[in-house]
Write a protein that binds this ligand. Structure first.
Ligand SMILES: NC(=O)c1ccc[n+]([C@@H]2O[C@H](COP(=O)([O-])OP(=O)(O)OC[C@H]3O[C@@H](n4cnc5c(N)ncnc54)[C@H](OP(=O)(O)O)[C@@H]3O)[C@@H](O)[C@H]2O)c1
Length: 230
């Protein structure tokens, strides 16, 4: 398979990139150039099938350039996995009534606008019958509403809606918003229920088609392919 993955500086995206490259797939992984990315660039030296390059998902020219480079390097992809996401430290502490406005803007910029930019420039880069996954979160549910991580949750609701609209617009391939589980990563460390490798192993089965997601489960699913509460 040929797959494009965003947000591979660390965490789930980096692990998925390494997992898929190790299994012999052609992986194009992008990392945010202004944030630490040594692990990503070092990994590229180990796997011939892993091509890494800088791309900030909020910069349209970066993502447009990535799409052009990848299409010129062998044509359309089997899968896109849009992972880049942000949860600001202020959002772990402050209620919505005291929200840090700059961090709310950042959450919306990365989690919504960034994901939309990836859709805009990669929707034509997926083969018919392929798969386009945007990693969102259970925090984006409109019915299951809590008070924690308010800016992040608001942005993930909007990101879910983005995927719902995308899935209505394009029907050539499978489109999902996926909750990856509460993973033990830098972002998820406070509430972790699973190691990121568990999520990666299950997501890999969905991406490769080894695991079939029943159509009735809809567009918002978890890493096991189960329907999530919208
Ligand atoms: N962990 C959980 O429990 C959990 C639960 C539900 C949903 N999720 C979602 O799962 C995804 C992966 O999360 P994770 O736990 O692996 O988090 P993470 O370790 O913080 O990884 C997020 C990745 O996105 C990158 N990123 C941030 N801003 C970016 C930008 N503008 N352009 C490109 N890349 C950017 C980060 O780079 P830096 O490392 O340099 O910041 C990082 O590599 C996220 O979308 C998250 O919202 C996670």
């Amino acid at each position: 398979m040929r797959v494009f993955i965003t947000g591979a500086n660390r965490g789930f995206a980096l692990l998925l990139s390494l997992y898929m490259a190790e299994k012999g797939h052609r992986v194009y992984a992008c990392y945010h150039p202004s944030l630490p990315h040594e692990e990503t660039t070092n990994a590229a030296a180990k796997f011939s099938g892993l091509k890494v390059f800088p791309a900030d998902v909020t910069r349209e020219e970066d993502i447009a350039g990535a799409a052009k480079t990848i299409l010129n390097d062998g044509g359309k992809l089997d899968a896109v996995v849009s992972v880049a996401g942000i949860l600001a430290d202020s959002d772990r502490e402050l209620p919505i009534t005291e929200v840090n406005v700059a961090d709310l803007r950042l959450a919306l910029d990365v989690n919504v606008t960034g994901a939309a930019i990836v859709i805009k420039h990669f929707h034509n880069a997926v083969k018919p019958g392929g798969i386009f996954i945007t990693i969102t979160s259970e925090g984006g549910s409109m019915t299951n509403v809590g008070t924690r991580y308010p800016a992040y949750s608001v942005s993930k609701s909007a990101e879910n809606k983005l995927v719902a609209v995308f899935a209505k617009t394009v029907s050539d391939y499978k489109i999902y918003a996926v909750h990856p589980g509460r993973m033990n990563t830098v972002m998820g460390r406070n509430d972790a229920q699973i190691e990121p490798l568990v999520s990666v192993e299950n997501m890999y089965r969905i991406i490769t088609g080894e695991k079939t997601v029943p159509p009735e489960n809809g567009w918002f699913i978890n890493y096991l392919g189960e329907a999530m509460e919208i």
